[in-house]
Structures are given as structure tokens and as C-alpha cells.
Design a protein around this ligand. Sequence first.
Ligand code: SF4
Length: 506
Amino acid sequence: MKILLIFNEKKFEYDIFNLIRAFYPDAEMEIRYEKTDQLLSGEAEQGLSGAADLIWRFVYGREQITVEMLRAAVCNTGGCGQAVWREILQLTAPDDRKETKNQLKRLVYSGLVKQCGHPLPWGDLSGIRPVRLVTGMLEDEHMTQDEAVLAIQERYCVSPAKAELAAAVASREQTLLQTFDYRTGYSLYVDIPFCPSICLYCTFGSHPLHAWKDFVEPYLAALTRELEMTAQLMQNTRLDTIYIGGGTPTSLSPEQMDALLTRMERLFNYSDLREFTVEAGRPDTITEEMLTVLASHPVTRISINPQTMHQKTLDLIGRRHTVEETEQAFHLARRMGFDHINMDMIVGLPGEGAAEAAASMAAIEQLAPDAFTVHSLALKRAARMNQFRDIWRPVSFENSIEIMDAVADGAARMEMSPYYLYRQKNMAGNFENVGYAKEGKACLYNILIMEEKQTIVGTGCGAATKLILPDGSKGGRAGNVKSLTEYLARTDEMMERKRELIQQFG
Ligand code: SF4
């Protein structure tokens, strides 16, 4: 399907584009600009018949916005040719850009719901941080949680269930963040960009260890230089949380991991550290030797990520580990005393529907982790997987309210409640990623980074440093390059960028 969006001004076009994309995730979409009189007279469509299946026209005037949706291709076959839906928006606050955008999006959303015959769980919201909207309502507009639940439904057409979820997460986040003065501290992120094999849905830019093994030591040397500079720059700021992610950090050898953790311990002051995560991730990297190393350092939280408990799917997506390995790694970590283990699961994997998700959930419940994160497969990841479709067989990518509900019910049975939530662009079914945790087992780092509450200093390949000033405003961003070879060649340049950003604010 091809959808054409025609505007008379460059205004809100990408917000509208994303909204329409959410209803038509597979459509080919194009934005064009035409003069106002051409758009009003319909001239803009002349010669376009057949060029698109749907044409949306947006005409901005001084105080009103006209939206028209034509079925261009249907004109050819169905012989209609006239607008099937046409609205003029009377702006209540024409000088208020944010309010105008919200009104316009609500209008377009209502047209899309009429046309497609179904709403979206998150209404007309396309941003990745819906919880922040609720937090703003609670903190800045001084609403109660119930009032915020209603407001997010009215303003953004969010479904009652998702409004409740966002409000529950916002409220738990508030409670967790009240336990320390996060504004005056910072968090450290360390990236290890290697994995035993590359999963087909991966968009992290990880590197398969077998092909890049000669780069590991040079990488660790460059990373250590970055860590040394970071420790020196941040020596007067309290370090609250550390997160070692990637990639799969436990792809390193136990000796390499030990050396890295030992060096970090010498460089940074851990006396106020509240949380230290190592995302072990792939069960095929979790050995007794590795866990012994982690346990000998102040690591407080690890992740063991099954993604699915179906061997067929694991084989299909290139995870190259077994369900048994997941279970063994989990039991081993428990035996060795790890009392804060998170597990990640992905819903919407190829060939998996509600029954498969429920079975994975049941298997995870058997293990009884302390925290659990569900990811909805983003379409861009699915697209990467689609490239390989011919090799196997037609597979379906399914996500639904039933699947998300089944997962939420499973988390509730494990006595977990949601504590952080984010969305990705082009997510299958317009759903969300949610972190659930038992009491006292929420990951502070996840909240701090997702809600942009605290400065995060990122080190390593692809890591970003984001400064948040004590008043909560953003102080700037410095990102490291994603390519490993580029990172090694340009480490000094990236260190300098980070130094400049951090020193700018003392
Ligand atoms: S384990 Fe994660 S980072 Fe590694 S290849 Fe798979 S999706 Fe990518």
C-alpha cells in the first residue's frame, strides 16, 4: 500500500507521518508539499490517481486546519473520487504550538480509527516515553493518579488499560526516586560490544566474538582509557549506579572481566553505589568461572535473558543457545547467591502467538526471577528478520493485547509490578516494553536513563553521555561512534568531546 501526505506548510508533518505509520506499519509512505490554492482546489491530486492508495491533504490556515483523506486508488477501481472524510479543525489556542499539535493529532487519529476500524493501545502517542507525560501531570500539574489516568486518555486517546499502566509506572518511579537525591549523582554505563553470535533481530550493532576476537584486548585498552578519564572528571560527583551492557558483557573471558572490574573498582569511589548491573544476557556465556568473578566484585544485579523458552524459535532467530542452558545458568546463579536476577523476554517473535508467549511465561515463572522485562519486537527488527524469510519459511510476527495481557498476568503471579516502560518507533501492534520487578528489585538505572532524570556517562562503543543538570534540564549529549574500528581509531576524539561536555558544566 502507498500513502501520500500532502501539506501546504512544513508543520507537524513528521508527527502525522508517525501516527499514520502506526496504523499502516507496512505501507510505503511519502510526504509532499504543494501550494495552498492547489491543495484547496484538489489540483494536487490531478495526475496522482493510482499513485497512492490513500492521499491525506493538510491545509494550514491562520486559525484552522483542514484535513482531507481521499481514496485515490479506490477511485480507479471503485469509481468514487470524492473525499471520504473531511474535517476542519477550529483551533482553540492557535498560538499554542503544542496544543495545536495535540488537537491535530486527535483529529487525524479519529479519522484513522474510523477508517481502520480499530483504535491503538497508546492512542495518538508516538513518543517513546509516555510515562513522562504522566509524571508531568503528577508533578507539574499536581494531579492525583486518578486524574492523570483520565487526562492521558482525553488528551492523547490512550486506552484505559494503558493509561492505568502508565500511571502505575509513574507512581512507582516517583516512590523509588524519592529514596535518594538522584539530581546530585550520576550513573556510569560501560559497553561491551561483543556477542557469541548475532541474533537476527539485533539492532545494537554487536560484533560476533569469533570474527572479532583480536579486537577484544585493544577494545578493553581503549575503554579503560575512557574510564580513567571519566573517573577523573567525575571524581567530585557521587556515583549512584553502574550498568555494564552491550552486546553481551559476559562474552569476555573471566580473566578479562576480572581485570575490567578490578580496574573500575580502583578508579571509582563505590562508597555510595546503590546498584551495579552486569547484563550477562546470553545464557551460553554464563559459566561458573564468570559468575565467580562477578560475585567477587560488588555486582548487585545480573540479567539472564531467555527471550523465548521455545527451542524452535531460538534456533530460528540465531540465539545459538538452548532452553536448558537458560535454566542451568539461572539455577547456577541462584546457587551462587545472586539474589537480583532479571530475565528478558521478547513477544512477537516469528511464529510465536499467544499460546507460545503463555508457555514461555509459564517456564519463566517456574524459575522465579526477581525482575522480568518484556520487549515487543520492533518492526525494524522484524524487517531485518524478514530479509531471511526465504531461507526458512513464511513466519508470522504477531503481537496483541492478549499476549501483552498474558505477560502482565504472569508478572503479577510472580508478585511483580511494572516500574519502567518505554516504547520504540514502529513497534509491532503499537505496544511497549515494560520492566516488572518484585518489591526492592527494580533497576534504578533503567528508570534514570529512560526518564532522563540523571546524568549518565557512557563509555565504550556506541555509548552516549547525557548530561542532566540539577534543575532537571538537559545539559547536552556526546555520543561515541557505533563502529568498533571507528571507535578504536577515534577514541581520543570521543574522549575529548566527553571532556568538553562535562567540563562545560563544571
Ligand atoms: S544478544 Fe543482544 S546484543 Fe547480542 S546479538 Fe543478540 S540481540 Fe544483539
